[in-house]
Design a protein around this ligand. Sequence first.
Ligand code: AMP
Length: 421
Amino acid sequence: MPRQIAAPRGTHDLLPEDARSWERLEGLARDLANRYAFERIDTPIFERVELFARGLGEATDAVEKEMFRVSGPAASDEQAAEWALRPEPTAGIVRAYVEHGMHVQPGPLRLWMLGPMFRYDRPQAGRYRQFTQWDVEVLGDPGPMVDAELIELAHRFYAEAGVQNVVAHLNSIGDATCRPGYRQALVDYFSANEVRLTDDSRRRLATNPMRVLDDRLLDPDLAAGAPRALDHLCDACRAHFAAVRGLLDALGLRYELDHRLVRGLDYYTRTTVEFFVAGREGQQQALGGGGRYDGLAELLGGRPTPGIGFGIGIDRTALAAREQGVADPEPTPLVVVVSADPDAFEPRLRVAGSLREAGLRVRVDGSSRKLGKQLESAAKVGARWAVIVGEELERGMVVLRDLTAGEQRALPLDEVAAAID
Ligand code: AMP
């Protein structure tokens, strides 16, 4: 026998038993996008490597270590260097915004996207190489109100998803005016303590010093004593952050200041945010995260455009919902169409068609077994109801059988939908 082929490491199949909870979350994302007046955008799953190198920064894990390269059929090195599967959605969306001249549209633009992202990370529980993100972005709004509005939206998503105890971690990492000073303060501090850094961090110190703070292996005492971005903000950034906090306080939304939250991607400015189930932060399992990126559009060849957005991890939200015992929605009752005549297929299909037209969820038994066997297997696939097709169909009648109660009655076909609760 040929040997079986397993799914690639770090990926997972969405099996039917899990699909209902996913559909609920995806449905909620779509519904909330609509209620908050966002419009859908879809960008390609692969983009030019250059987009991520420029937009995210060369010295980020996503670009440096975790990029899935894509090549054409003649896989020359040159081609493989050209495209990559997207590790995150924002760079592609802002690329589309610039490419299509969307700045001329009446703004601010509110965009959403739902789809798979790819990072060649070390797989573990809740950390996959392909995962799904619901992403919202607002372009052309400098805030601070929209910053709070998006944090409120994320809280509403988790609340309506049934995930309790979600807390936002919040920080501001300044802008082009004050960030250089903060970077320098970090370089000075960590250089003086270089022996206590991991190899990775020692390297980052030269290329992307803020990233030393989100090294998972950073010595906690060293982290606690590190310079804080909030102490280095310029007046404009400080006022912006104070306004965001004021709004969150006024709305009663839960957040904690997190000085280590600098986000791995270079394009962030000012507000950064990540969402955790309170008490689970140690496991580095953020349910979502994002922030402001006022410099990104310009970096990608567009005109200066403030932007803010976040991505919610559907995989991790589904895991958290399951851990917290959130029930999946009940599917609508299943009906199986069976037939007293083992060889009569066409009437079964016709009856099934009209029940489906009435909105019911219907399977048809396609076997030539006796009626009793057909009813048995209907119960086995989880049907509550069987519709038995027999000679009375000539008079527009069928028999509706309640498989749980074991009772049945004849009724007109067009009354079946109403008879099923
Ligand atoms: P990030 O851009 O890394 O903040 O990602 C946004 C959200 O996507 C995270 O908060 C997670 O919920 C989710 N996410 C990121 N990376 C992964 C991964 N490797 N596996 C599963 N979910 C992820």
